[in-house]
Design a protein around this ligand. Structure first.
Ligand code: UFG
Length: 339
């Protein structure tokens, strides 16, 4: 079965392509290479012994999207990762985010509705919950007004899909609300490749440990949490990738309860920034240079997933730990710096 993975050379996309190929799907990747590299294909090929098809294509160009689907009308499912994802950048350049994340989604959905098999997996985020009133966060928690244009594109994206499913009974979609994806493939053949100064915690940690950054700034040490730092649900990217395969199989096997479903993807365990640092230090054997500094604007204090819906209905749960994720991220950082 042929599966289209948009943004398939990105961090989560590439790990998902590996898991799809591991269970026998044929994958065609679309990526515009704006935040990824063609070399990722080599990593995927080394891990799986199978080279995925790849087309460099800009999903914001409607005619190109149409042309692609005309040539690939045998696609059995679409996993849509392609999107811009830097929260801060989205505040400064909101129109880039609305154009990249919304136009592309609409063009892909327009073509999806013409296929024989209309199965769609959407890359959503726990950002839709903002600072939830209750922890752990269930899928019934209110969707709060978005803190950033990036977050808003995930909310609007889900609404566009919900409306599309309502109007087209034969479209089947699942939105996956990720908590904090981290780590790399255990082979260190693929991993996260942030451009410039990392905005996210784990690549900042590994770049500091390897000497590219002087020290990690811990944003805020006076939050009302067990050690004063923010709490997140860090999920290993390999576990996350496997959830996409399970969700796709749910749609292909018509096991879904309704034609638009959404699931939280997290471990269910919250870890503080200091606990994440401790985990890194333990698995790497290195002491990390860090300093507690001012809070970062827009950070929620605490977010971790209630996982029973994903566990019981989707039939998926995480198998890897924070330590596993840190060890894989560290192995990857060392590999890309040839050390
Ligand atoms: N942090 C630091 N120092 C850093 C980077 C991060 O202390 O240099 C802290 C943050 O303050 C936060 C935690 O580490 O407490 C995690 O921060 P990340 O930037 O790694 O992740 P976020 O939880 O902020 O971001 C994630 C996703 C976004 C999504 C957001 C919504 O990466 O895509 O959740 O809450 F929008």
């Amino acid at each position: 079965m042929k599966i289209l993975v948009t943004g398939g050379l990105g961090f989560i996309g590439s790990h998902t392509v590996v898991e799809l190929q591991n269970v026998g799907f044929d994958v065609v990747i679309i990526d515009d290479l704006s935040n990824s590299s063609v070399e990722v294909i080599d990593g995927i090929t080394t891990i799986t012994n199978k080279k995925p098809l790849f087309e460099k294509l800009d999903l914001k160009i409607k005619s190109e999207v149409k042309d692609f689907f005309n040539r690939h009308n045998d696609i059995a499912g679409v996993i849509h990762f392609a999107a811009s994802k830097a929260v801060g950048e989205s505040v400064n350049d909101p129109l880039k985010y609305y154009e990249n994340n919304i136009n592309a989604l609409i063009y892909v959905l327009q073509e999806l509705t013409k296929l024989n098999k209309k199965n769609f997996i959407f890359s959503s985020s726990c950002t839709v919950y903002g600072q939830a009133d209750e922890l752990p966060i269930t899928e019934n928690a209110h969707v709060k007004p978005a803190e950033s244009p990036y977050g808003n594109t995930k909310q609007i994206g889900e609404e566009i899909i919900r409306d599309t499913c309502r109007a087209n009974g034969d479209v089947n979609a699942i939105a996956l609300r990720y908590f904090n994806p981290i780590g790399a493939h255990p082979t260190a053949e693929i991993g996260e490749l942030p451009v410039g100064v990392p905005q996210n915690l784990v690549p900042y940690i590994t770049q500091t440990a390897i000497g590219i950054r002087e020290k990690l700034s811990v944003f805020g040490g006076d939050y009302a949490t067990r050690d004063g730092t923010c709490i997140r649900d860090y999920i290993h990217v390999v576990d996350l990738a496997k959830a996409h395969v399970v969700a796709l199989q749910r749609l292909i096997g018509s096991k879904n309860d309704s034609n638009f479903e959404f699931f939280n993807l997290g471990t269910g365990t919250g870890s503080s920034v200091l606990e994440a640092i401790q985990s890194f230090e333990k698995v790497s054997g290195k002491k990390l240079k860090y300093q507690i500094e001012d809070r970062r604007e827009g950070d929620v204090i605490s977010a971790y997933a209630e996982t029973s819906k994903a566990n019981n209905i989707l039939g998926w749960k995480t198998e890897l730990t924070l330590d596993d994720a840190m060890a894989s991220a560290w192995k990857w950082e060392q590999k890309i710096r040839n050390k």
